[in-house]
Design a protein around this ligand. Sequence first.
Ligand code: KPL
Length: 297
Amino acid sequence: MKITVLGCGALGQIWLSALDDQGHEVQGWLRVPQPWCSVNVVGVDGETVNKMFIANDPLFLAESELLLVTLKAWQVSEAVKNLQALLPEHCPILLLHNGMGTLDELKGVKQPLLQGITTHAAKRDGTVIVHVANGITHIGPGTPDSAALSSLAETLHHALPDVAWHDHLASASWQKLAVNCVINPLTVEHDCRNGDLLEHRSQISVLCEEIALVMEREGQHTSFDSVMNYVLAVIESTAENSSSMRQDIHAQRRTEIEYITGYLLRRARAQGIVTPENSRLYELVKRKEQNYERERI
Ligand code: KPL
């Protein structure tokens, strides 16, 4: 397949290298246009891939059969809208990011949209991307016209297993949102690794109660116990991770809070539910972001 990967950060580089390895024709697409993008990845098995790929070639984009978007949630809609006129109308766009809300922003885009969530763990170490742990990528339709694209899961699975197709991704998306609503801002507040959050169980429990209530009102079949148990299991399985939000705060980058806790709060407001602990953490992360954004002016 001919595939353009929009966003050449940690996840983008891992996909570029895996798809190339499977014989797909790939290019990267960078927000600041460049003719080449370099991929420097240390795989889970310790093997290093150091390669250059073509980038930002509009002719390649016009022939692409998949646009894989690995940008941060807040970068997605502007970047995709900028490219849609250059993409074939039938070319599926697969969004892979933390949080929810980008599909609403992309209403009106002609190409079929797919959404995905991934548990692959990667981190940047200087100029090198370290693929820390393999995981599962769940993908499913984001618009009704993409429901017939399930065979894409098979193709992607061969490149970077596991990839699973879901006709209804909402349940998996909400579960991931719940995990991110708890772990990401809490690791910022306590400035700790995921595993250290186990010392803050009562705080986790209050957050999970609020989140479970919103999920139930949004039509998700869940309960406080199931949200709490799932969040605790992810904290344990990612104990050594420094969450993406904590990494963003340390590097003074914009976080995905608007699409994580921000999305939860917007849905809570629409349902008439109060979520004081989630609101407090939202404000805390926003304040930290604003502090360094103000320093830059
Ligand atoms: O998705 C994550 C993130 O850091 O953004 C978790 C699951 C919390 C793992 O660190």
